[in-house]
Design a protein around this ligand. Structure first.
Ligand SMILES: NC(=O)c1ccc[n+]([C@@H]2O[C@H](COP(=O)([O-])OP(=O)(O)OC[C@H]3O[C@@H](n4cnc5c(N)ncnc54)[C@H](OP(=O)(O)O)[C@@H]3O)[C@@H](O)[C@H]2O)c1
Length: 320
């Protein structure tokens, strides 16, 4: 495992992290907590020291699983946990819902309340990183969310201020990083072999300001492992029923064919490992955070080529 500094003000972290939405017990079909706990321990045993979560994942369940695993570790003080706030799930806790609803609230009152609740669930006095959970552009242009992060930082409730950039708005929202670069220590960005909009404006801005960059959805919800075909389907309780709906799935799989020769040339690595290697090969990116649901997935996802082995320019360009 390689380690790097998460931007000029960030902590020292592994270049492969652990995304914990997949183990949350919501939005990805049924999960088994015992297996999830084993998956998270496996990641930490393999040298991962960066975990991404959000208060809304499993309505707090992901943070609770992380607390349990961290309480069992001797290396707790070396592990960095990044959480998120801004999706007010509290009114829905006792409702029978197939997937989590979107209920944006980036008011200062809610963000501070959400941070306090995450502090309790993670059993800590200070959150390593708190990210705004993918607000739309009009909200980002208000002062309130940034005032909340500033206050949480000055009150010692968060060490680093983060912002998870809304999917497919990477260029449209770049001016926000320009405006708040002194406050924003890290951004989280959707980026993978098939989705590279962040390269246009956002990554150059992040490099200019020394912002830490966390790469999410690096396997495109599992598609880049190569395990789906055009007829794959997902259950009602799996967000991929919508986010990999038949037409989208077909289009993505057609685009993935661009990489068949590349996957053959580097067949000592699996498509998942090459896809993750791509994400961390871009000079703006510090860490990729695949969700791993099982110890086997985690072991595969942590044995990834770094840019010394396969540099960014060796990955095929995306033909659109
Ligand atoms: N707005 C935001 O801020 C936001 C949005 C999305 C994600 N995130 C963060 O980013 C993290 C990663 O994104 P993601 O979980 O959406 O997508 P992802 O990491 O691209 O895909 C994860 C899924 O792929 C499958 N998978 C993983 N490794 C595999 C392997 N080696 N072989 C076969 N299948 C494998 C698993 O699902 P199955 O086994 O069920 O197929 C897993 O849940 C999340 O956990 C979360 O922390 C943040």
């Amino acid at each position: 495992m390689k380690y790097t500094k998460l931007g000029k003000r960030g902590p020292e972290i592994s270049t492969i992290g652990f995304g914990s939405w997949g183990i949350s017990g919501r939005d990805w079909g049924k999960t088994d907590d015992k297996n999830s706990i084993k998956a998270l321990h496996t990641a930490l045993d393999e040298g991962v020291n960066f975990i991404d979560t959000a208060d809304v994942y499993g309505f707090g369940h992901s943070e609770e699983l992380i607390r349990q695993v961290l309480s069992e570790r001797k290396d707790r003080d070396k592990i960095v946990v990044a959480t998120k706030a801004g999706n007010n799930f509290y009114p829905y806790i006792n409702k029978d819902l197939k997937v989590s609803p979107l209920n944006h609230d980036y008011s200062e009152k809610h963000l501070i309340h959400a941070a306090e609740e995450s502090l309790k669930r993670l059993n800590t006095e200070c959150l390593d990183i708190l990210q705004l959970h993918s607000p739309p552009t009009d909200i980002l242009e208000r002062d309130e969310p940034w005032e909340a992060l500033t206050r949480l930082k000055s009150d010692g409730k968060i060490r680093h201020a983060g912002w998870s950039v809304q999917s497919f708005r990477e260029s449209e929202q770049t001016h926000i990083l320009e405006r708040h670069n002194e406050l924003i220590d890290v951004i989280q960005v959707r980026y993978n072999l098939l989705e590279r909009e962040a390269e246009e404006k956002l990554f150059p801005a992040a490099m200019k300001y020394g912002t830490g960059v966390i790469v999410r959805i690096p396997l495109l919800f599992g598609l880049l492992t190569g395990k789906f075909d055009k007829n794959s389907t997902f259950g009602e309780d799996d967000h991929r029923k919508l986010n990999l709906a038949p037409e989208k799935l077909r289009a993505y799989i057609d685009r993935m064919d661009t990489f068949n020769d590349f996957f053959r040339v580097y067949s000592n690595y699996s498509p998942a490992q090459l896809s993750l290697g791509f994400c961390i090969s871009h000079p703006a990116c510090h860490v990729a955070i695949p969700s791993g649901k099982t110890p086997a997935q985690v072991r595969e996802n942590t044995a990834v080529p770094d840019s010394d082995k396969i540099p960014y320019k060796a990955y095929p360009k995306l033909k659109l």
